[in-house]
Design a protein around this ligand. Sequence first.
Ligand code: SF4
Length: 482
Amino acid sequence: MQANEKYIDESRQGEALMTLPTRNASKKLFLESYGCQMNFSDSEIVASILTEEGYQTTNQVNEADLILLNTCSIRDKAEQTVRNRLNALNAIKKQNPSLKIGVLGCMAERLKHKFLEEEHLVDIVVGPDAYRDLPNLLTEVEDGRDAINVQLSKEETYAEISPIRLGGNGVTAFVTITRGCDNMCTFCVVPFTRGRERSRDPHSILREIQELHEAGYKEVTLLGQNVDSYLWYGGGPKKDFKNATEIQKATAVDFAQLLDMVAMQFPSIRIRFSTSNPQDMKDNVLETMAKHHNICKYIHLPVQSGSTTVLERMNRQHTREQYFELIDKIRKIIPDCALSHDMIAGFCGETEEEHQDTLSLMEYVKYDFGYMFAYSDRPGTPAHKKMADDVPAETKKRRLQEIISLQQQHSAERMKAYVGKTHEVLIEGNSKKDENYWFGRNTQNAVIVFPKIEGTSVGDFVQVYVHDCTTATLLGEMQNQN
Ligand code: SF4
């Protein structure tokens, strides 16, 4: 799931979801999440479903009646982390045999029944499209049976389930707008673990943002594996749009229209989105971004490689030249737009020349930041089945280091370009290093820290003059707010 690397926040891996006390709750749920933001969002849906079943969340694993791990399959290391966690939970299960343990998410989907065979302490295995079935599966387990549902759905978007959202800062939230992906990039597990691409009803998206607005949230990130491909025509998979009725086609809502609706209806809320796929990013999205002040000027635009031949092997469906055209268009329509990337070093068969193409592409774009990885072969993907993972580990490591060094250089240049200017910043919380400082981000998603001034609080939009920077952080002073 390379395109969603952005939201693999290392500091949140293994975080336990906590919700407000539930009335009449008789059982305790320990729900731990791994992987990308999509999983953290899904955990909020799971909490909502189980709250209806009389569960109350706990962050004390020892007092839980039910432990659920929402897992990630992106790399072998991610899966190993979950296996180690399960081993550690074994000791608790020995002391408390009535404790039930379940595995959710991508790893559940990838391994299916194998999970129950390999990890004997696991009682429940549930894939990302089957969370509504959790109450039934729990009954199965109570009756002494192993419970598994890894059915992928063409329709499921959990549209009307209001996620329980209390882990974050109360100011910024993620709102899922699409699920699954049809792109079949050869290195990616998403099409197999999260199924066909489908879009969520725009009314339910607007309703969720309305609820967030009423609860005091100031920024939403519209989330999906490929948000630019969003297309609502009454429900069902994107690939079936061609069979839609004339009325459905005429009234369909695409991503630019959705963005426009959200921006117009919530002028005081900042809007971000992720992830964008170059081949699906249309001009109307860029024009909508340019039109609305409250749509942030930042695009996470994974490219994965700068070489057309590698892009072909990855089945990315665009060339190096087409990517440059898109970058030129973005710079023209939204001149102050920040860009970030995902990059894979050492994909199957990558030559030195192809690697040099990646470096020269980075020189052309000069990204604000990037998420960079050495290629890791994932079982089940087309690359695993049909291509040799033949770039030696040492070479992968060296190429990755060259990519990282170049990105550090570009990030430093971009940060310096923000110095000497005033930025609108949403205060998101205390600076980690010093609680006398606020932490927030500008529209380009750059982190800014600045001394607190009395009368300001989390959730305020303030003007901050940036006077200095480190490699990753802008340092500023609040301006007179009138
Ligand atoms: S666009 Fe490609 S990398 Fe991204 S989720 Fe879809 S298949 Fe995976």
